[in-house]
Ligand binder design. Structure first.
Ligand code: CP
Ligand code: NVA
Length: 315
């Protein structure tokens, strides 16, 4: 019998609400017993490709793949043929002959789609310009650990609404049945298509979506407050304009005071203290950023285990 077609994780809504819950449950189990599963024992290799810089994603995938009994092959795009002489599709056809899965951090979402369409092994988005779905699994795991349940919680994201983090919060939060609010300047609103997809998901799960230019409207009564850099990778030449535009969206103690008194603060890191968040908030008692960073490891191990199972087991 043919193996089932590979499942990919290119956007947060590539998994159903039930599947998201299953992966988060698995992540919690794996966190409790770090060495329990070795589906990559052989050892099999997972390619982890970077077009952009990374600390957390690189280390958490490398450690996670090793924990699962596999070998991480970390590839810097600049020193490979990908992006220069070779297409994502041809690269995928070569890699699938040798590796169990492909993890890729890149710019355009279209490249990931091309990679996934061209291969029989799972492809995972390790951050694109549009989405950061692995980070959201870690964020949701963290929120669940601190609050017990995700459905019904209100999360407010402040800053660049068109960024990968804001857009992933819309899709992943809606999938989890959360009330997701994004506050951003009008010129940095999330893509209309992503908002529509998130609204469809929210209608299924009992969640809801609010997109506003008013940061206080977003944060008022929120259980979770999230922000991210105002200058995402690839946007460095817009830094002056962005810093001038995003000032009202800074998360400082006065902004946190609009949220519930014990609201959690999350940031995927790296952070620019004094810009999108003040030091007293990100380094203060409501911040769970170090749990969030650690949970990249557990969430991604669960994701790989699940994707390999769904895709007919490791090769
Ligand atoms: N949060 C995150 O993805 O960090 P890195 O860029 O260090 O991987
Ligand atoms: N939005 C940020 C996230 C970094 C992990 C960026 O794309 O640079």
């Amino acid at each position: 019998a043919h193996a089932p077609a590979a499942r990919h994780f290119l956007r947060d809504d590539d998994i159903t609400p039930a599947e998201q819950a299953q992966i988060l449950d698995l992540a919690a189990q794996i966190k409790a017993d770090r060495w329990a599963r070795t589906p990559l024992a052989g050892p099999q290799t997972v390619a982890v490709i970077f077009d952009k810089s990374s600390t957390r994603t690189r280390v958490s995938f490398a450690v996670g793949i090793a924990d699962l009994g596999g070998v991480p092959l970390i590839i810097s795009t600049a020193s490979s043929q990908l992006g220069g002489k070779e297409t994502p599709s041809d690269t995928a056809r070569v890699l699938e002959r040798m590796v169990a899965a492909i993890v890729w951090r890149t710019y355009a979402q279209a490249g990931l789609e091309e990679m996934a369409a061209g291969t029989t092994v799972p492809v995972v988005n390790a951050l694109s310009d549009d989405f950061h779905p692995c980070q959201l699994l870690a964020d949701l795991l963290t929120i669940r650990e601190h609050r017990g349940e995700l459905a019904g919680l209100t999360v407010a994201f402040l800053g660049d609404g068109a960024s990968n983090m804001a857009q992933s919060y819309l899709l992943a939060g809606a999938t989890a049945g959360m009330h997701v609010r994004v506050a951003a300047p009008a010129s940095f609103a999330p893509t209309a298509a992503v908002v529509a997809d998130a609204e469809r998901r929210a209608a299924e799960t009992g969640g809801s979506i609010m997109v506003t230019t008013d940061p206080v409207a977003a944060v008022t009564g929120a259980d979770v407050v999230v922000t991210d850099t105002w200058v995402s990778m690839g946007k460095e030449d817009e830094k002056a304009h962005r810093v001038a535009t995003f000032g009202a969206y800074r998360v400082d103690p006065a902004m946190m005071a609009h949220a519930t008194p014990d609201a959690l603060f999350l940031h995927c890191l790296p952070a620019d203290r004094g810009y999108e968040v003040t030091a007293d908030v990100i380094d203060g008692p409501q911040s769970v950023i170090w749990d969030e960073a650690e949970n990249r490891l557990h969430a991604q191990k669960a994701l790989l285990v699940w994707l390999l199972e769904q895709s007919g087991g490791a090769r």
